[in-house]
Design a protein around this ligand. Structure first.
Ligand code: SAM
Length: 334
């Protein structure tokens, strides 16, 4: 029997974001500290069997049909294609396949893209915030711009479709590259999604004045490559088509125009905590349940439903009642 995974505001949840590791090979300044991250011991990570079981319950019981693997850096998890293969075999309660996507920094995609596609991956988002090598080193604390660019090409060659590029925009850091990044997307045939910087950085340097708004981003691009808005669907990005027909660009305005009212996402951390929002302060421990021999799928489903039922109306960034979550983006799973 399937039922919708619905919260007390009537939002139906169909999208599950799964962090497969908290480790990352980059140290992006807006996300992680330079040093001192405490990694989860292996025994605390969900196994592939446990991830598959939780995803199966969500798909079969609640018709969750969209799954994105993330991290940390998901390609650091050994044998990731084996997990993709397991998840690609799942079906929703009404018999549809689960659509699988990956969010990655792209640095090792050249090595992994073909295996991931063979295992059933269809879509990928690669994070890329600058096209300048010196700035890339400053932002990620790694000298790997060429590898990321090559990873994007490898994803396209392997047949991943769509390949999207995620770019977090920060004032005084990379906001002068918005038009260059948009032009890169047009030339390479990838859709760029600009993301407003959110207060999820481990160093707690986030400041509202450093957020570059959707309005500013769109105005900068529109001045050079005229844009027309596309009707917004369920996804968080507000989309704009290039008037000359060369693709589209999106902005995820999490801070200035939050899309909480249509949010359909739940997130599973690498150690099995289910969160109904990036900014949740409460989590539901699914790992304890899937490791409890007494607990069956009904118990897992009930815990998932309980987590979503308690979802807030919205994250309230910028309001006095806003509370920063204890974890940073890399620990939650972006
Ligand atoms: N390592 C992978 C990657 O680089 O895409 C996946 C994990 S990363 C945490 C997922 C996404 O979150 C990336 O696109 C990253 O730019 C974004 N991100 C991280 N910290 C953020 C923040 N404070 N505000 C907005 N986006 C952030």
């Amino acid at each position: 029997m399937t039922e919708p995974l619905v919260d007390s505001y009537g939002r139906v949840h169909r999208d599950l974001r799964i962090s497969v590791t908290d480790r990352c090979n980059f140290r992006c300044t807006y996300c992680m500290p330079e040093e001192g991250m405490q990694w989860l011991p292996r025994s605390e990570l969900l196994t592939f069997e446990e991830i598959e079981r939780i995803t199966r319950v969500c798909a079969e019981r609640f018709n969750v049909d969209s799954v994105r693997l993330t991290g940390g850096e998901p390609t650091l998890r050994a044998h990731l294609p084996a997990l993709v293969e397991r998840l690609a075999a799942l079906r929703t309660g009404d018999g549809r396949p689960v659509e699988l996507a990956l969010t990655t920094n792209g640095a090792t995609l050249r090595n992994h893209a073909a295996d991931l596609v063979a295992a059933g991956l269809r879509r990928v988002n690669v994070s890329l915030d600058t096209l300048r090598r010196d700035r890339f080193v400053e932002l990620t604390r790694r000298d790997q711009l060429d590898r990321v660019l090559d990873g994007i090409a490898a994803a396209q060659e392997a047949g991943l479709d769509p390949v999207k590029v995620n770019a977090v925009v920060m004032r005084g850091v990379n906001d002068d590259e918005v038009v260059d990044l948009a032009a890169f997307g047009r030339e390479q045939g990838v859709t760029v999604r600009f993301i407003e910087w959110m207060p999820l950085d481990a160093d707690q340097r986030w400041d509202s004045s450093a957020v570059v708004s959707q309005a500013e981003i769109v105005a900068a691009i529109d001045a050079v490559h005229p844009l027309d808005p596309i009707q917004r669907g369920h996804e968080p990005a507000e989309r704009f088509a290039y008037r000359d027909g060369r693709g589209e660009v999106g902005v995820i305005p999490s801070v200035t125009r939050p899309f909480c009212g249509s949010c359909d996402r739940v997130r599973l951390t690498a150690e099995g905590e289910l969160r109904s929002c990036l900014f949740s302060v409460d989590e539901v421990d699914l790992r304890a349940l899937v490791r409890d021999p007494e607990a069956g799928d009904d118990d897992v489903a009930a815990a998932v439903a309980r987590c979503v039922a308690g979802k807030w109306a919205g994250h309230m960034i910028g309001q006095v009642t806003f509370v920063r979550p204890r974890r940073s983006m890399s620990q939650i799973g972006g």
